[in-house]
Design a protein around this ligand. Structure first.
Ligand code: S3P
Length: 462
């Protein structure tokens, strides 16, 4: 059990300098495991995320009978069971607090000849699931949520293709549909209201699936006879841009900072934070562009803006889904930026691990920020000095804890944040990475073990 009492202690300090290690991209890691599990043959996944969320997907696949073993310190080998190879007796799976695990597995299992029950821990139990249940039902799936929320129960098989015009710009929903489409008769189309991360489409294409997409519309012709492991049976997961974002924001805020992050995934559906940093006066230099596992990858460098510091920005429209997980950081940056920063059209933040609009407004308000909460965003007037001394609660939300830690780096005095152990949900090495850059961050007993485990690749598989 995680130790709910572990805390981060953060204080302002010297400029951040040097290079930090990132975990493997969380979104790509979930998809790499799921698709490797239904490929024809063996896939070696290199650099899988060591996050707790990804370990949930791994655990579910082991429970479904997929052979997964550690090949080297950095590599896991997944023995694919074929497109319909997750069939079997009824099974109950623990998705923990990982929404991606539950929503993507719902899609994959909808096409497998097997009854299933997907269970959630407290942090996921209240999150909306109708968004995947409705489109999967339209494909013939027999799947039910419990008053729109977890647990999900279902019986796989009997799917047909369908056209889906999504109301939400959600990669999880689109991906659940495409994973179901692998075993559906006929064409399935997903029309997104705005571009989102297209990791699933890229990986499906790399594994030979008949998928086409243009950023707004994705189409897969099912059923798919077989998925081949990517070229040479090896899949490299890029570094996690969403983890990198906390370090980049910290460097943008602390004067004199100069940091480098190598091998970061730069999927165009994820790079909104880079656009935001540039608009606020802290551009990220990208070098060494390359493609790994079908994903664009580059090396990043951020030097804190000299002189005048950050300026306010307006974030709305297509930029919102492209920065969805980084928006808590926008609030922190805005408190130190000259002018009025506006976030609009981001009501989705209310149904993440917490209501991130309300939780960030409350915590930053307590630190002295001038932040007004709107139905679908914030208005933040800056710059305002932030006060440490406040004892803050991350509310069990990994991205809130990390965003508040970044705020603590520019606050007066010491900031204490409860729930520090939750950073391991996505970025177990967060504290180590910040410390390595010279930040004054410490962790009370309880998180030390997971922080020290930052370099560990994937959770142990039997
Ligand atoms: C994710 C998509 C996003 C994001 C989440 C991961 C994914 O969620 O917030 O952290 O891996 O597909 P939505 O699809 O709900 O926007």
């Amino acid at each position: 059990m995680p130790d709910r009492s572990s805390r981060l202690h953060v204080a302002a300090g010297p400029p951040l300098r040097g290079e930090a290690l990132l975990p493997g991209d969380k979104s790509v890691s979930h998809r790499a495991l799921l698709l490797a599990a239904v490929a024809d043959g063996s896939t070696a996944i290199h650099g899988l995320s060591s996050s707790i969320d990804v370990s949930r997907t791994l655990g579910c696949l082991l429970a479904l009978g997929v052979p997964i073993a550690r090949a080297t310190d950095e590599t896991l080998r997944v023995e694919g069971r074929g497109p319909r190879g997750l069939a079997g007796p009824p099974v109950t799976l623990d998705c923990g607090d990982s929404g991606t695990t539950m929503r993507l597995l719902a899609g994959l299992l909808a096409g497998q000849d097997r009854a299933f029950r997907l269970e959630a821990h407290a942090g996921l139990a209240g999150r909306p699931m109708e968004r995947v249940v409705a489109p999967l039902t339209a494909m013939g799936a027999r799947i039910r949520a419990t008053e729109g929320r977890p647990p999900l129960t279902g019986e796989g098989g009997g799917l047909h293709g369908a056209e889906h015009a999504l109301r939400l710009a959600s990669a999880q929903v689109g991906s659940a549909i495409l994973l179901a489409a692998l075993n559906a008769e006929g064409a399935t189309t997903v029309v997104y209201p705005a571009p989102v991360r297209d990791h699933t489409e890229r990986l499906l294409a790399a594994m030979g699936a008949p998928v086409r997409w243009d950023g707004r519309v994705s189409r897969l012709d099912g059923p798919v006879a077989g998925l081949r492991p990517p070229a040479d049976g090896r899949l490299t997961v890029p570094g996690d841009l969403s983890g990198a974002a906390f370090l980049l924001a910290a460097a943008a805020l602390v004067p004199g900072s100069d940091i480098r992050l190598a091998g970061v995934g730069l999927n165009p559906g994820r790079t909104g934070i880079l656009d935001i940093l540039e608009a606020m006066g802290a551009p990220v230099a990208i070098s060494g562009w390359r493609v790994e596992g079908g994903e664009p990858v580059g090396d990043l460098r951020l030097q804190a803006p000299p002189g005048g510091g950050l300026v306010a920005a307006t974030v709305r429209g297509d930029l919102v889904p492209r920065a969805i997980d980084e928006l808590p950081l926008l609030a922190v940056l805005a408190t130190q930026a000259r002018g009025l920063t506006r976030l609009q059209g981001a009501a989705e933040l209310r149904v993440k691990e917490t209501d991130r609009l309300a939780v960030m407004a409350e915590a930053l308000g307590r630190m002295g920020a001038d932040i007004r909460l709107r139905d679908d965003g914030w208005e933040i007037q800056g710059p305002t000095p932030l006060r440490g001394g406040a004892h803050l609660d991350g509310q069990g939300d990994h991205r809130v804890v990390m965003a508040l830690a970044v705020a603590g780096l520019v606050a007066e005095g010491r900031t204490v944040i409860d729930g520090a152990e939750r950073v391991a949900d996505s970025f177990p090495g967060f504290v180590t990475a910040l410390q390595g850059l010279g930040a004054s961050v410490t962790v009370a007993a309880g998180l030390a073990a997971s922080a020290a485990a930052s370099a560990a690749p994937a959770p142990a598989a039997p």
